[in-house]
Design a protein around this ligand. Structure first.
Ligand code: GZL
Length: 343
């Protein structure tokens, strides 16, 4: 099938750009492309029955983390807004950052008879019990954001996410620019057990090693993607590494925790360069105020694209197994004018 102008490697199984959603673009979601070389999935290959989303289908959404983090708030809002725009019934569940609850949430949604599922996974592994229940009912599943270690077009239909390794590389570029490429830096790691933490770390370290060998990562510790833990770890960091020049926080919440720690220690804005990932309003304000040197966006507005993918699939058309969304970035040059795009 014809490929989107995405530079994807062509294969007989490549998919069309039917998945580009005008509503996704309208909703502030950057233009999307099938991941280079992505295979497709069809309802014949996956199983299940054709549906018309508009004719009484019910979609279940399993959210992973408590909605204290603006990323999660914006993600859930995006699903809810698109469901109501399309007039589709949406049942939601929130695992409150407890993986065992997410598994039972998915099982409960299936027991309630949802026809389709969107899952924002907390962890990458441990999904078998939920996937068994999905397989028994042949319910199409779209996973968004974090990847589950399972088989595309068998255990789930499509995976829609940012390129997290690229986010790490772009964070490194901003850190190199902010620090001049020399000195000691620390990483506030995301929570363990998911591909986002692994890939954001991989991208950052590879880029630093390649482009600025004078920048040394001398400290890394998880802040569990939370503001409180990010503050606690940064308080320890500035005691143990008083010469630290930069902090790479793998999400904004930890980055804002780091800002609170630096303020508490009497530091001034810019004394230590902070680069974070997400694109929340508070972090972009931190760029405007000089406390944060740069923010790489991780776009949480999956709603339009998730529903577009489900709609295309249930009509019997091919969808990509892997879909990459594009992310923007905030710097001291654009933060003031672009803060309205933050979430
Ligand atoms: C990344 C997502 C991460 C966010 C964090 O897309 O999984 O989880 O960056 C959130 O804010 O905790």
């Amino acid at each position: 099938m014809a490929l989107a102008a995405s530079g994807c490697a062509k294969s007989e199984d490549d998919v069309s750009d039917s998945n580009k959603s005008s509503s996704a673009a309208e909703a502030g979601q950057k233009v999307v492309t099938p991941k280079p070389g992505s295979k497709s999935c069809t309802i014949e290959a996956y199983g299940g029955k054709k549906l018309d989303l508009k004719k009484g289908a019910t979609v279940g959404f399993s959210q992973s983390e408590k909605e204290a983090n603006p990323f999660r708030i914006a993600e859930t809002k995006s699903l809810k807004d698109e469901a109501s725009r399309r007039g589709v019934k949406l049942l939601t569940a929130n695992a409150q950052s407890q993986f065992s609850k997410q598994i039972s949430d998915v099982q409960d949604l299936l027991a309630k008879g949802v026809d389709l599922l969107v899952i924002a996974p907390l962890n990458s592994d441990g999904w078998d019990p939920a996937l068994k229940a999905v397989a028994a009912k042949k319910v199409p599943v779209i996973t968004i954001d974090r990847k589950i270690n399972a088989t595309a077009c068998k255990d789930y239909v499509s995976f829609i996410a940012s390129d997290f390794v690229e986010q790490g590389r772009r964070a490194a570029d901003q850190m190199i620019k902010a620090t001049g490429g020399k000195g000691e830096v620390a990483i506030l790691l995301g929570s363990a057990g998911n591909n986002v933490t692994t890939e954001r770390t991989k991208g950052f370290k590879e880029a630093i090693a390649k482009k600025a060998p004078g920048l040394k990562v001398v400290f890394q510790q998880t802040g569990d993607f939370t503001r409180e833990k990010g503050q606690q770890v940064t308080e320890q960091l500035i005691q143990s590494k008083p010469g630290i020049k930069g902090i790479y926080a793998e999400n904004d919440e930890m980055g804002l925790g780091a800002v609170a720690a630096l303020k508490g220690a009497g530091k001034k804005a810019g004394d230590i360069k902070i680069v974070t990932v997400d694109g929340t309003r508070s972090a972009v304000q931190g760029v405007v105020d000089g406390w944060i040197s740069g923010v790489i966006e991780s776009n949480p507005r999956f709603g339009p694209l998730a529903f577009q993918t489900l709609d295309t699939f249930t009509k019997g058309e091919k969808v990509p197994q892997d879909i990459i969304i594009q992310d923007s970035a905030y710097t001291p040059d654009n933060a003031q004018q672009d803060i309205g795009k933050a979430y």
